[in-house]
Ligand binder design. Structure first.
Ligand SMILES: [Zn+2]
Length: 321
């Protein structure tokens, strides 16, 4: 062999050795309100590990309950906190019900929540932190499910389900349980007194997929020191899903600061915009989504409902963005 043939041969060998690892991507599919758009209620994302494990993050109101045909197999459901737009107190009849700005979320999921109904139908594990696992275990049991399917991952620890390591991290938010989930005389009395049930602190998540990709899911949060100290310095997250909606959570400016200065991932998916983020799949001028896109220094990939994006271990989008 001459020199160039050797180089070519070594290159081919290198490709053969490393290609299967590099080629492994995590697929992220938004399950939003309207196909191809980013709408006010959109929270839900399906993460599919290269090994086939499927994780539903915050079903919210845009997943049309357990019968939503987009769900497929769901191995794990993550619930960041108990607010109705995340756990799913109501939901659409079917994907594309209503319009982007006025979704039809007229199907009640009370007193179970959409997360519990999906877990029962799909026999999924529900992984939560803080003091939420006991709530989900009780709901599963009360509906003929297995309470052991509610799995705890409290701050600082982690659990591995289906080859994906799941940890919870701090979210600076509130996490009161609507008394309607409790019901009865107790629920009624709490409602009248204007107090919510205590299920501990709201959380975010850090996932480590089998291809090595580490993803930070902010949940609903303000700016926290942990975004640098824990999410970046300890977990080294390369992909972030970041709330940008303002009022309830960080707005676009604050969210961009979190991404640019604290988490410093390779890419970010904005979430929880609480506005019509796109029209015909294009970012709406004057929107918070646009403000975030302009302020953030790393590639920001809009979660268009139904459009699958693929990320490699370094957090780079390799397809669908
Ligand atoms: Zn919330």
């Amino acid at each position: 062999m001459n020199r160039s043939t050797w180089i070519a041969a070594l290159g081919a060998l290198g490709a053969a050795v490393t290609f299967p690892v590099l080629a492994q991507t995590v697929k992220v599919t938004p399950l939003g309100g309207i196909d191809g758009e980013f709408c006010p209620h959109d929270r839900a994302l399906i993460f599919e590990d290269p090994n086939g494990t499927r994780i539903l993050y915050d079903p919210g109101r845009t997943v049309a309950g357990a019968s939503d045909p987009r769900l497929g197999k769901v191995d794990v459901i993550l619930v960041s906190h108990m607010h109705g737009d995340h756990v799913g107190n109501a939901h659409t009849k079917a994907p594309n019900s209503g319009s982007c700005d006025k979704p039809d979320t007229s199907v009640s999921a009370m007193p179970n929540s959409s997360a519990v109904n999906i877990a029962l139908a799909k026999k999924s594990k529900i992984v939560t932190g803080s003091e939420m696992p006991a709530f989900f275990a009780a709901k599963l049991k009360a509906n003929g499910g297995n309470p052991a399917d509610s799995v705890l991952a409290r701050f600082g620890g982690s659990v591995t389900v289906g080859g994906v390591r799941i940890a919870t991290v701090a979210a600076l938010h509130s996490n009161g349980l609507d008394p309607d989930y409790i019901g009865g005389e107790l629920g009624k009395a709490m409602k009248e007194a204007g107090i919510a049930g205590d299920v501990g602190l709201a959380t975010g998540f850090v996932l480590r997929f089998s291809n090595g990709l580490v993803a930070y899911l902010s949940g609903d949060t303000g700016i926290t020191a942990d975004q640098e100290l824990v999410v970046r310095n300890h977990y080294n997250a390369k992909l972030a899903v970041m709330n940008i909606g303002d009022v309830f959570t960080t707005g676009p400016t604050e969210a961009a600061y979190v991404i640019n200065e604290l988490v410093k991932p390779a890419a970010v998916i904005p979430s929880h915009a609480n506005e019509v983020g796109t029209v015909n799949g294009k970012v709406r001028p004057g929107s918070r989504t646009e403000a975030f896109m302009k302020a953030v220094k790393v590639p920001a990939h809009i979660p268009l409902s139904g459009k699958t994006m693929e990320f490699d271990s370094a957090g780079k989008c390799t397809a669908g963005c």
